[in-house]
Design a protein around this ligand. Structure first.
Ligand code: DQA
Length: 146
């Protein structure tokens, strides 16, 4: 094993499969977690999965990664657009964080165009559906994890 990656999904992402499939696809969160964990294993990474609808629980999870995991893949859901607390948590742990969105937030409603976490994340991937999580895994491995 090379190391460990934490996959964090935020609010309403536990409802994937039910949320509008034309925006979010038909896979459930369990499907996506399995795909990412399998791909991670292939590349020598243990992928730990976490989902919460609560801002504080997501922050606690990010803190738990400090000096314990090598990188984080984060879909913060709507918190992306306004949670300065999650932004500060990311900055605090000093880990490469891949910001992922299933949909292309830049082509949707105005309020989704802003990501308050983008500046403290290593990179942002959006609009690729579940493939975005896989791309994030590869990019973290190739460019950010020594
Ligand atoms: C999302 C985009 C957000 O704007 C939205 O609130 C979500 C999901 C995405 O994956 O496309 O919950 O992060």
């Amino acid at each position: 094993m090379y190391g460990k990656i934490m996959l964090i999904n935020g609010p309403n992402l536990n409802m994937l499969g039910v949320r509008p499939p034309e925006i979010y696809g038909t896979d459930t969160l369990a499907d996506i977690e399995k795909i990412v964990a399998d791909e991670g294993r292939e590349y020598g990474f243990e992928v730990e999965c976490f989902q919460s609808n609560s801002e504080g629980a997501i922050i606690d999870c990010i803190h738990s990664c400090f000096e314990r995991v090598d990188a984080i893949i984060l879909n913060a859901g709507a918190y992306t657009h306004y949670s300065y607390a999650i932004r500060d948590a990311i900055e605090t742990v000093m880990l490469p964080v891949a910001e992922v969105h299933l949909s292309d937030i830049h082509k949707r409603e105005e309020f989704r165009h802003t990501s308050v976490i983008e500046a403290v994340c290593a990179f942002q991937i959006c609009g690729l559906g579940k493939q975005g999580y896989i791309e994030a895994l590869h990019k973290l491995k190739d460019e950010y994890i020594k």
